[in-house]
Design a protein around this ligand. Sequence first.
Ligand SMILES: C[S@@+](CC[C@H](N)C(=O)[O-])C[C@H]1O[C@@H](n2cnc3c(N)ncnc32)[C@H](O)[C@@H]1O
Length: 318
Amino acid sequence: MVGSESGEFQHVSVMPEAAIAGLNLQPGGLYLDATVGGGGHSDRILAAQPEVQVVAIDQDEQAIAAAQARLAGYGDRVQFWRGNFADYQPGEMRFHGILADLGVSSPQFDTPERGFSFRHEADLDMRMDQRQAVTAATIINHWDETDLANTFYTYGEERLSRRIARAIVEQRPFHTTTELAAAIARCVPGSYRHGRIHPATRVFQALRIAVNGELTVLETLLQRAPDWLVPGGRLVIISFHSLEDRMVKQHFRNDDRLRVITKKPQVATEAEVAENVRSRSAKLRVAERIGGENPDPEIRDRKKSAAYLRGGKSSSQR
Ligand SMILES: C[S@@+](CC[C@H](N)C(=O)[O-])C[C@H]1O[C@@H](n2cnc3c(N)ncnc32)[C@H](O)[C@@H]1O
């Protein structure tokens, strides 16, 4: 199964307090967890307020199963949807907050058969959604040299992208993670081979981003999510890669439906990084949907009656 010998889904949620604070939970609010994973963040949202409800999305079958098991105690306060958040259609539903904790979970990365890591021998897969046709093998064995080099350079910031792409095209087909990692290690200079990270690290990151179209789906989410929020509703994004963080920052800044709450990204504390190495590169940004009334019916009504008492009219009538 996933993530550990015992079959448990083990993923430590990143920046849980900051994520919950960023969502600014409202009593009775409706929240969208666009990347439920093992359900850690959703669990906190549901536990924080007794009447809050969550719609939980993940494209990974095993993640949805793990989250369903973890959140079963909340009954129908949580609903699941398996699919890509870029394809999600909320219909008439509007959310008081949306959370996206991007990238892969620890169980995805650590389960050898998923093919995300060059540390375990496995088929070149890397799909978050097991129904998808394109795998890492498709890209490695069929894309042309220039596209491979550009992918390694752009998504992996790999400065030897051309050399590695050439070696791959000359030696393919590749079937397993370890075969590919060994070929990359063979084609780079000795100094690179004995560097701080394995010489295949950046190429594997780039491949994962390409297989799952991670930047394209983030772009779609950033375009659509503001329309899924009630006025005053919050959008909280946790990213792990400078390309993603830059995209989030620019969208938040240029989107006239949003007001930026975090001028600078929030990062994990030293204590969290010491306990959860995944949090080291996390950047959390928050924006709020502009316009309209306060999403909390109680506060809204209180404001209306205060305005009425002051001037005999509600603020929307003035
Ligand atoms: C970092 S984990 C989330 C962990 C979760 N917040 C928790 O506390 O347990 C990211 C999850 O998002 C899912 N995911 C990533 N991109 C997605 C997308 N575009 N659509 C749906 N799910 C996605 C992955 O399958 C993975 O399970």
